[in-house]
Design a protein around this ligand. Structure first.
Ligand SMILES: [Zn+2]
Length: 473
């Protein structure tokens, strides 16, 4: 039949290879041997493992696309003051004449302000984002462009020097800046291609401010083919009425961005959760501190938890909080790779009493908590295979092992990227007849892949039976 695709010699968990026939975007047959039909396209897997496409359960699409167009200002690319000066000195302005930097961390140069940036980059408006996403640092040209140079009428969050002028450090002003800059929504094509090269066939966008504009941007990128991945979009109440059952783009949970420094009343949070639940919408809570986690769990306790409610990050989770999560039946979506990327800082900065509770993994699974992972790109690296490696090794860059008892085995690590976007939790890697043909084809047989899970082994990615990535060799 024309339009169908035969995937031959696909590796599975057993010794035997299988052929898969794909028609109209679905796997219609799996058997030891299928004969090619007239005119059928044949793709050889050569015995390489063929698994379900990976789903990144927590990232930020628009910010990741912008990051690809931005200057890295923090580790691992930039580690010290001289390296940051070089990077900014060599940068060329992009959209609107601005230079945009991302991933800055104080370990590069502590406490920099507009005057430091002016020395590194005097001519062009420059803004660099702290890797937490909570802080932008602007040079003087940028402050002039934004009408902030004197500090008159500056919004709260613009830090001031002793003489009253802005220091250039702007806290919690992401939305204000985006509005002032009139930043055009980014092109998602390069990001879509990168994700496809990692075998990622679906993502959950975890943006708390996502609303109709972000929805339209993603829908447009999918329609044009720029973004081949399926997307579950979390966001604010502005998405309440958007379709939850979309095949390519579906509305995800209400994202509740908790910050320990600005908790409101618990009752107000409970009301918000109840309102979401009342329209059948799950809630996802950003929790990076112990207090944020307890506040979220207290709200869920009062509101009653739903099947798809989830904790994002759960970066610090002691045994009592873990038992509470398990009792409520709430899911956890974690970033085990932050140990690899940030672990050495944690060892210096995190209260020793909290260290055993950092980025736990095996304990969640042992307690029966549905546990999955997301890259949190651009705040973490985009490569899901690096996340899996980190979940197994739990090693910092300098080689310290953090919480070895929380390490996952190879199967558990792969299952972090299970394909059910609405129900993050351990996923079966094997495609079945009737599945949508969202597949990741690897260059290694299964047993070898388990020993060396790495994105360099991804040789092709299919979404709905369409080849969206194929390695050149
Ligand atoms: Zn995030």
């Amino acid at each position: 039949m024309s339009g169908s695709l035969l995937l031959r010699a696909a590796g599975t968990d057993g010794a035997a290879l299988r052929d898969l026939r794909i028609e109209a975007g679905r796997i219609v047959a799996i058997a030891p041997r299928l004969e090619p039909l007239a005119g059928e396209r044949v793709l050889e897997a050569h015995g390489g493992a063929v698994i379900r496409g990976l789903h990144d359960h927590h990232l930020h699409l628009l910010a990741s696309a912008r990051a690809l167009e931005s200057i890295p200002c923090g580790p691992p690319a930039v580690r010290d003051e001289a390296a940051l000066q070089r990077a900014l000195g060599a940068a060329r302005p992009g959209a609107g004449g601005w230079i945009r930097g991302v991933g800055f961390h104080d370990s590069v140069v502590p406490g920099i302000d507009r005057h430091w940036l002016d020395r590194a980059c005097p001519r062009h408006p420059l803004r660099i984002q702290h890797r937490s996403g909570m802080l932008w640092i602007l040079n003087s040209a940028a402050l002039v462009r934004l009408g902030l140079d004197t500090g008159a009428d500056a919004p709260a969050g613009v830090e001031r020097l002793p003489d009253g002028t802005p220091s250039g450090r702007c806290y919690g002003l992401d939305g204000w800046l985006a509005e002032r800059l009139g930043t055009p929504l980014p092109d998602l094509r390069a990001l879509g291609a990168r994700l496809a090269a990692f075998g990622v066939t679906g993502v959950t966008d975890a943006g708390a401010r996502n609303g109709p504009a972000e929805w339209e941007c993603v829908a447009g990128a999918q329609a044009s083919g720029a973004l081949p991945q399926r997307v579950l979009m979390m966001g604010s109440e502005a998405l309440d009425a958007f379709p939850v059952a979309g095949d390519r783009l579906a509305r995800g949970p209400l994202k509740i961005y908790l910050r320990e420094s600005e908790f409101g009343a618990l009752d107000a949070l409970v009301d918000r959760v109840c309102a979401a639940h009342a329209i059948g919408r799950d809630c996802a809570f950003h929790c990076v501190t112990r207090a944020e986690l307890l506040f979220a769990l207290a709200a869920l306790e009062q509101a009653g938890a739903r099947h798809g409610d989830r904790i994002e990050h759960a970066a610090v989770c002691d045994d009592e909080a873990l038992a509470w999560i398990a009792r409520l039946g709430v899911r956890v979506v974690s970033q085990p790779h932050f140990i690899a990327e940030r672990g050495d800082r944690y060892l210096q900065e995190v209260d020793p009493a909290d260290r055993p509770w950092l980025w736990r993994a095996a304990s969640f699974l042992a307690a029966g908590v549905p546990f999955a992972a997301g890259s949190d790109a651009p705040y973490g690296a985009l490569d899901p295979w690096a996340v899996m490696r980190a979940a197994r090794e739990r090693r910092t860059i300098t080689g310290c092992c953090m919480g070895p008892g929380e390490a996952l085995d190879a199967m558990q690590a792969l299952a972090l990227f299970g394909a059910d976007a609405h129900a993050p939790g351990p996923g079966e890697p094997w495609p079945r007849e009737g599945d949508r043909a969202d597949l990741c084809i690897l260059a290694l047989p299964w047993q070898q892949l388990l020993r060396d899970p790495d994105s360099r082994h991804v040789c092709a990615t299919l979404i709905e039976g369409r080849v969206v990535h194929q390695r050149a060799d």
